[in-house]
Design a protein around this ligand. Structure first.
Ligand SMILES: NC(=O)c1ccc[n+]([C@@H]2O[C@H](COP(=O)([O-])OP(=O)(O)OC[C@H]3O[C@@H](n4cnc5c(N)ncnc54)[C@H](O)[C@@H]3O)[C@@H](O)[C@H]2O)c1
Length: 285
C-alpha cells in the first residue's frame, strides 16, 4: 500500500516526465494528462528512454523497467484523472494556465483527491483559492532531473491541513526523496537562493568578464558545483528560468531577481536550452 494509490500528473514536459518516472519507479500507478496525442506518445518515449539509460548504466534491471512501465498510462482527457488520490500539476510556469488547470481538477476529481503543484515560484495560496478544497492543496516541488535529485520542497500555505502536508511528506519519502517543509513564499528555499546566482552569471557574461565556458569551469572547479550556471540554465529551460525570475522580482523587488536582458532576448528567439536543442550551448538530441 502506498500513501496515494493512484497518481495523476498534468503536463508532459521535463518535470511531468521526470516525476512520472520517479513515481512508477517507487511502485505508484501513474496517469499523465498531455495536451495532444503526440505529446502523450512523446512523454511515454521519454520515460522509456530515461529508464533504458539507467539499465545501460547498470542502475536498474531491464525486467524491472517493464514492470515500471506497466504502471504508467497517458491520456488527453482530464476526466481520466477523476479517481486519482493525488494529482500534481507540472504545466508551464504561468499563473493563469495553472489557475485554470487547478480549477478544472477541482471540478473533475473526487472530493478526497489532494491537488498539488510543482510550481517553482507561484504562490500556492493563489491556486488553492481557485478550488473548493484549499485545505487539500499544497506544493510538492521536485527538482530536475526528478529521478536523480533528492530534494522535494513541501509547500505549506496558510490554510492547508496538517494531514495534507503529512501525506505529501510521506509520498516524497516513498519516492526515495528528502522532503523539506517550507512556507508559501516565492522561490521557496532553493530557487530564492539559486536564481540571483544564475541571473548574475548571465549579467557577468553580458559584461564580457569571461566566456560562458570560463564561468562554468570556474564555478565547477572553484565551488565544487557539479555543473556551471550556463549548463544548469540550459537544463532548467530558459523560458522557465525567465518566468521564475519574473515572479521572484515581482514578489521581492530585489534587483538581483531582475532578469538579465540577454535571457529575455534568448527566450524571444526561442533558444530555450536543452529542450529546444539550443541555449547557451547547442545540443544534438
Ligand atoms: N525545469 C526545471 O528545472 C523545473 C524544476 C522544478 C520545477 N519546475 C516547474 O515545473 C513546471 C513545468 O516545468 P517544465 O520544466 O516541465 O516545463 P516544460 O516546458 O518542459 O513543460 C511544460 C508543460 O506545460 C504544458 N503547457 C504549456 N502551455 C500550456 C497550456 N496553455 N495549457 C496546458 N498545458 C500547457 C506543455 O505542454 C508541457 O507539457 C513549472 O511550473 C516549473 O516552474 C521546473
Amino acid at each position: 500500500m502506498t500513501e496515494f494509490e493512484s497518481l495523476g500528473i498534468v503536463g508532459s514536459g521535463i518535470m511531468g516526465s521526470g516525476i512520472a518516472e520517479t513515481a512508477i519507479d517507487s511502485g505508484h500507478e501513474v496517469v499523465i494528462l498531455a495536451r495532444t496525442p503526440q505529446s502523450a506518445q512523446s512523454v511515454l518515449r521519454s520515460v522509456q528512454a530515461s529508464l533504458s539509460k539507467r539499465v545501460e548504466k547498470g542502475h536498474k534491471a531491464s525486467s524491472q523497467t517493464e514492470e515500471d512501465l506497466s504502471r504508467l498510462s497517458v491520456t488527453t482527457e482530464i476526466a481520466d484523472l477523476s479517481n486519482c488520490d493525488l494529482v500534481i500539476e507540472t504545466v508551464v510556469e504561468d499563473i493563469s494556465v495553472k489557475s485554470r488547470i487547478i480549477n478544472d481538477l477541482d471540478v473533475v476529481c473526487k472530493p478526497s483527491t489532494v491537488l498539488a503543484s510543482n510550481t517553482s515560484t507561484i504562490p500556492l495560496i493563489e491556486l488553492a483559492a481557485k478550488t473548493k478544497r484549499p485545505e487539500k492543496v499544497c506544493g510538492i516541488h521536485f527538482f530536475n532531473p526528478a529521478p536523480v535529485m533528492k530534494l522535494v520542497e513541501i509547500v505549506r500555505t496558510l490554510v492547508v491541513s496538517d494531514e495534507t502536508i503529512q501525506r505529501a511528506r510521506r509520498f516524497a519519502l516513498e519516492c526515495g526523496k528528502e522532503p523539506v517543509e517550507v512556507s508559501d513564499r516565492a522561490g521557496f528555499i532553493v530557487n530564492a537562493l539559486l536564481f540571483p546566482y544564475l541571473n548574475n552569471a548571465i549579467k557577468m557574461l553580458e559584461m564580457n568578464v569571461a566566456s560562458k565556458e570560463g564561468i562554468d569551469t570556474a564555478m565547477r572547479g572553484g565551488c565544487g558545483f557539479p555543473m556551471g550556471p550556463f549548463a544548469l540554465l540550459d537544463l532548467v529551460g530558459l523560458d522557465t528560468a525567465l518566468a521564475i525570475l519574473n515572479s521572484l522580482h515581482e514578489e521581492f523587488g530585489d534587483p538581483n531577481y531582475s532578469p538579465a536582458p540577454l535571457l529575455k532576448r534568448m527566450v524571444a528567439a526561442k533558444m530555450l536550452g536543452r529542450k529546444s536543442r539550443a541555449g547557451f550551448y547547442s545540443y544534438e538530441n
